[in-house]
Design a protein around this ligand. Structure first.
Ligand SMILES: Cc1cc2nc3c(=O)[nH]c(=O)nc-3n(C[C@H](O)[C@H](O)[C@H](O)COP(=O)(O)OP(=O)(O)OC[C@H]3O[C@@H](n4cnc5c(N)ncnc54)[C@H](O)[C@@H]3O)c2cc1C
Ligand code: FES
Length: 288
């Protein structure tokens, strides 16, 4: 897949609005909105010029408007829980932000008009309405599952319902939708749809559970991981994941450049964050 090179640009905040636990920032940013695809992300410098927060923070591009009067606008959905994201959600109209993007590889879209299930955990649901539109344009049928700890942390109910298809919600505390996890309602979704592909974004444990369940239904999982990223451009190796290729060889792969979307079946979920002994290049390996 040929992707346009990422650019580093100065963006301007247009709006910051609250959506439950999250803040949605809409940012006028030239050179990103017109080339970005669902699944890609941006990194943003936080804290201002004299900040000690040296590392950029990564955010999925939730949506784009490349025809706006501002010459390209993107939206990001931010959970303001740590120092960098708190700084970001306290920005105001006309504040400037330094962004790099679009980064990473997008969700691959099916060639044939299959049935797809989209699953988002918390802010992982941010880019699903945009992805859903792209799938519908290809003639796919979709349904969506949104999961989170509480009703305030379920993102995108309105946006998702607006796009179409059945929407099922789960929360850990039962404050909205079915009490439980997304995998509690996934078997029923497979029974209804016989889906060939699942698109999922959220915590690692959720992605692993979805991948294991989808295997029983012979469905492919396109999993967007949110592995910690320091540089976002393939230089620092903080974001590596153990991925097994079709010949059975496991390599540590950078999730910022090779991902963030991976075939769930290729990820060694139990070894994430570890250095498996049988990995390609490890001491004692004969190599391939
Ligand atoms: C591809 C990708 C897409 C993301 N999309 C979103 C999004 O749409 N909305 C959103 O709110 N957050 C998203 N995140 C997570 C977001 O980058 C972190 O929440 C943020 O970096 C935390 O910074 P902080 O200073 O507020 O908190 P801290 O926890 O203090 O962060 C300190 C450092 O830890 C790293 N870090 C902490 N938590 C995470 C995490 N969950 N994932 C990756 N790095 C982390 C950061 O890089 C940062 O350098 C995404 C992460 C990745 C990798
Ligand atoms: S974040 Fe630096 S290599 Fe991926």
């Amino acid at each position: 897949m040929n992707l346009p090179a990422a650019v580093q640009v100065e963006g301007r905040v247009l709006t910051v609005r609250r959506s439950g636990h999250y803040h949605v920032l809409s940012i006028a940013v030239p050179g990103i909105a017109d080339v970005a695809k669902p699944g890609q992300f941006v990194t943003i410098a936080v804290g201002g010029e004299n900040s000690s927060m040296l590392l950029r923070r990564a955010f999925s591009i939730a949506s784009v408007d490349d025809r706006s009067a501002y010459g390209g606008v993107i939206e990001i959905v931010v959970s303001g829980d740590g120092p960098g994201t708190k700084w970001l959600v306290n920005r105001h109209r006309d504040d400037h932000l330094n962004l790099v993007g679009p980064l990473g590889k997008p969700y691959p879209l099916p060639k044939n008009p299959v049935h797809a299930i989209l699953i988002g955990g918390g802010y992982g649901a941010a880019n699903l309405p945009w992805l859903a539109k792209a799938l519908l344009q290809r003639g796919c049928r979709i349904e969506t599952i949104l999961g989170a700890a509480t009703d305030q942390k379920v993102y995108g109910q309105l946006e998702t319902r607006r796009v179409g298809g059945l929407v099922t919600i789960t929360t850990d505390d039962g404050s909205i939708g079915t009490q439980g996890r997304v995998t509690d309602v996934l078997p029923a979704a497979f029974d209804r749809t016989n889906a060939a592909v699942v698109y999922a974004c959220g915590p690692m444990a959720m992605l692993q559970a979805i991948t294991e369940m989808a295997a029983r239904y012979h469905a492919v999982v396109q999993a967007a991981v949110e592995e910690s990223m320091a540089c976002g451009i393939g230089v620092c190796m903080t974001c590596v994941l153990p991925i097994t290729d079709t010949s059975g060889v496991t390599r540590l792969v950078r999730s910022c450049t090779e991902g963030p979307v991976f075939d769930g079946a290729s990820v060694r979920w139990n070894d994430v964050g570890k250095l498996p002994k049988d990995i390609y290049g490890a001491a004692g390996m004969s190599g391939h």
